[in-house]
Design a protein around this ligand. Structure first.
Ligand code: ZN
Length: 409
C-alpha cells in the first residue's frame, strides 16, 4: 500500500493542521516531496472543514462561513518540476473514511452563497446521503439510489506570482462592476480566515492579504467540479512554480453536470490515491493553457435517459441571444417541474439534479437567437418508472404504488 503523506483528523479544526491551506499563493511551502513515478495517498477534510453536520437541520448550511473554504490538502512538491512542465496526475482511487460513510448536499441561502437557481430557491436546504459500498441514497429524498462517480471537485497546482496578480486583477475588475450585488460577482482575497499552511508570521500575513480564493476554476485547474474527472482519470496540469505544488480537496461521492446546487455535490471527507509524473516543457510542446484529462476506464453505467431541453428564453419570457447559461437553467427548471408530478418537492427535485449522475450538454449554439442546452436525467436511478406514459405519473416501490411521495424537504 502506498504511503499516506498527508493525514487529517476529522475531530480537529483544519486550522490546526499545517498540511492544509485554503488560499492559492506561490509561496505556500510544500508539505511533502515526492518523485516522478511515485504514488501516494492524501487525506482530505470535506470542503467546509466540518461545518456541515449529519443531521436534519439546514441551519449549518444557512450559517456556513464561506470565507473559510475550500480546505485543501497540500501542496505536494514534485522533484524536478519547473515552470512550463506538465504535471501528470493519475487518480488511482478515492474513498470515504470508514468512520465517515456519508456526505451532504445543500443549497445556500441567497444571502450567503446563492447558487444556480437561487432566485427559485432562496432559502438554505440540506440533504444527507449515506454510502452503501459504491451506492448512495438519502433519507431526505426517497425513491432514488445510484452508484457514485467519485471525484475531487478541486485539484490544481500553485500559481506563479504573475498569474496570481492576473487572477486578482481581473476578478476585482468584474467585482467592481457591481460591488453591492448579492451574491457577489466574485470572491476576493480575504485575510481574516486565510489558512496559509506552513507559512508563518509577517510573511503569512502578507500572503493572506493577496492569496486567491479557491472558489473558481482557473488556468491551474482548481475548483473545476467536473464529475468525469473521477478515479481512474489522468490529468495534465500546467506547472507555474518550482516543484509544481499539487493540492487537492473538495471530494465528491457524486455530482450532476454543473454542480448546480453549489453546496454542492455529495460532499465528503476522504482519501485520494495518486501517482505523479512530469512531461518536461509540456505546456509549450502541447500548447496547454488549461488542464486536459483522460477520463476513467470505469464509470457507473447509466445509458437510458430522459432528456430535458431548454432554450435561451428566460422565466419571464425575455429573449436572450445564444445564452447557454439561461438555456441550461430552463432545462433544469423543466426537469424540476416534471419531477414534482411524481410527488417530489421542488427542493427534492433540485437536489436530485445536483447529486445524481445527470449530464448537461450544450446542444446548439448557432441557431439564432436561441441556444439549446439539454439536461440528461438517468432513468435507472429511480425506483419507479419515470418516463411518460398514457397512465400518467405514478410511483411503484417494491411492488406497491406510492402516490405521491411525501415531500419532507
Ligand atoms: Zn464540492
Amino acid at each position: 500500500m502506498a504511503d499516506t503523506i498527508i493525514k487529517v483528523d476529522l475531530n480537529k479544526s483544519p486550522y490546526e493542521n499545517d498540511m492544509i491551506h485554503n488560499r492559492w499563493h506561490p509561496d505556500i511551502p510544500m508539505v511533502a516531496m515526492v518523485k516522478p513515478g511515485d504514488d501516494f495517498i492524501v487525506e482530505s477534510v470535506d470542503w467546509t472543514g466540518g461545518q456541515i453536520k449529519n443531521n436534519d437541520s439546514a441551519d449549518d448550511v444557512r450559517d456556513v462561513d464561506l470565507s473559510k473554504v475550500h480546505f485543501l490538502s497540500g501542496p505536494v512538491g514534485v522533484e524536478g518540476a519547473e515552470p512550463g512542465d506538465l504535471l501528470v496526475v493519475e487518480i488511482l482511487d478515492i474513498g470515504a473514511f470508514e468512520e465517515s460513510q456519508w456526505g451532504f448536499n445543500g443549497f445556500f441561502s441567497k444571502q450567503n452563497g446563492g447558487g444556480f437557481l437561487t432566485e427559485h430557491f432562496p432559502e438554505a436546504q440540506k440533504t444527507i446521503w449515506d454510502f452503501n459500498g459504491m451506492f448512495t441514497k438519502s433519507r431526505h429524498v426517497p425513491g432514488v439510489e445510484f452508484a457514485g462517480l467519485i471525484h475531487p471537485g478541486l485539484i490544481g497546482t500553485l500559481p506563479s506570482k504573475a498569474m496570481l496578480e492576473e487572477w486578482n486583477t481581473r476578478e476585482k475588475a468584474l467585482y467592481d462592476t457591481d460591488p453591492d450585488r448579492v451574491p457577489a460577482l466574485a470572491t476576493l482575497p480575504y485575510a481574516d480566515t486565510a489558512h496559509m499552511g506552513r507559512m508563518k508570521g509577517e510573511e503569512a500575513k502578507a500572503a493572506a492579504a493577496e492569496g486567491a480564493r479557491t472558489v473558481p476554476p482557473r488556468e491551474h485547474g482548481g475548483n473545476c467540479d467536473i464529475k468525469d474527472l473521477s478515479r481512474g482519470s489522468t490529468v495534465y496540469f500546467p506547472v507555474y512554480v518550482d516543484n509544481a505544488g499539487l493540492s487537492v480537496g473538495d471530494l465528491h461521492f457524486s455530482q450532476g453536470d454543473g454542480e448546480i446546487t453549489f453546496c454542492g455535490a455529495i460532499e465528503m471527507a476522504g482519501w485520494i490515491h495518486m501517482r505523479v509524473n512530469l512531461i518536461k516543457d509540456g505546456m509549450q510542446k502541447y500548447g496547454i493553457k488549461n488542464p486536459i484529462f483522460k477520463p476513467s476506464p470505469m464509470a457507473p453505467k447509466y445509458d437510458d435517459y430522459l432528456i430535458f431541453e431548454g432554450i435561451s428564453v428566460d422565466e419571464g419570457g425575455k429573449q436572450h441571444y445564444l445564452d447557454v447559461h439561461i438555456a441550461y437553467r430552463q432545462a433544469c427548471l423543466n426537469a424540476i417541474e416534471y419531477l414534482t408530478k411524481f410527488g417530489y418537492s421542488r427542493a427534492q427535485a433540485y437536489t436530485i439534479l445536483g447529486v445524481a449522475p445527470v449530464q448537461g450538454h450544450i446542444s446548439g449554439v448557432v441557431d439564432i437567437p436561441n441556444a439549446c442546452a439539454t439536461l440528461w436525467l438517468p432513468t435507472d436511478i429511480f425506483k419507479f418508472e419515470v418516463k411518460p406514459n398514457a397512465d400518467g405519473p405514478k410511483i411503484e416501490v417494491d411492488g406497491s404504488v406510492q402516490v405521491p411521495l411525501s415531500p419532507d424537504l
